[in-house]
Design a protein around this ligand. Structure first.
Ligand code: HEC
Length: 149
């Protein structure tokens, strides 16, 4: 069993309880919109990990969730426009300063979620577990460089 799956996902990818909410008052609320999009992703992604961690892998349900995750993964990125680094964002300035690297991290994440979908459709626990752990790595490594705790 992967360590990553034993650790709580929130801990592994560096999510903390929300501090005092600051309202996003800009038109279109780009910060709030992208944060909500990430939370929507987490809402599918976390139960997938719970299924694996608790030994309750259900191949059909997992495959449906993998499709759902891939449908949600597109949403956050277009809301990182120039000039959207303001409270309540948790993004680091590196998102804009190292935009090529940020884009690379996003592409890596798309690859690992593609692979997770393929593994989910092959319906083998070992492959699914490895592919899930790789996606956790990609959430985590992007957060380390580009997201404040
Ligand atoms: C390419 C970089 C990148 C990848 C990959 C990534 N994230 Fe994030 N994530 C961010 C950034 C940057 C923010 C901060 C957004 C903001 O506050 O403006 C964030 C914010 C979040 C938030 C909102 C936190 C909060 O308190 O508002 C959640 C939840 C989250 N990510 C979950 C995930 C999960 C789960 C994955 C993997 C399935 C993932 N992220 C993959 C960069 C990434």
């Amino acid at each position: 069993m992967h360590m990553k799956l034993i650790l709580s996902l929130a801990l592994a990818i560096g999510l903390s309880a929300c501090s005092k909410p600051v309202e996003d008052t800009r038109p279109g609320q780009p910060v709030k919109t992208r944060q909500t999009a990430f939370k929507e992703m987490l809402r599918v992604f976390e139960p997938m990990g719970t299924m694996l961690r608790t030994g309750k892998y259900h191949a059909e349900k997992f495959a449906v969730m993998a499709i759902e995750l891939n449908a949600k993964r597109d949403a956050p990125w277009t809301h990182f426009g120039p000039d959207t680094n303001y409270p309540p964002t948790k993004a680091k300035p590196e998102v804009w300063e190292k935009s090529a690297e940020f884009e690379k991290a996003r592409e890596g994440f798309f690859k690992s979620t593609d692979a997770l979908l393929i593994a989910a459709q092959a319906k083998e626990l070992k492959g699914v577990t490895d592919a899930y752990a790789k996606v956790v790595d990609d959430c985590q490594s992007c957060h380390q460089t580009f997201k404040k705790k």
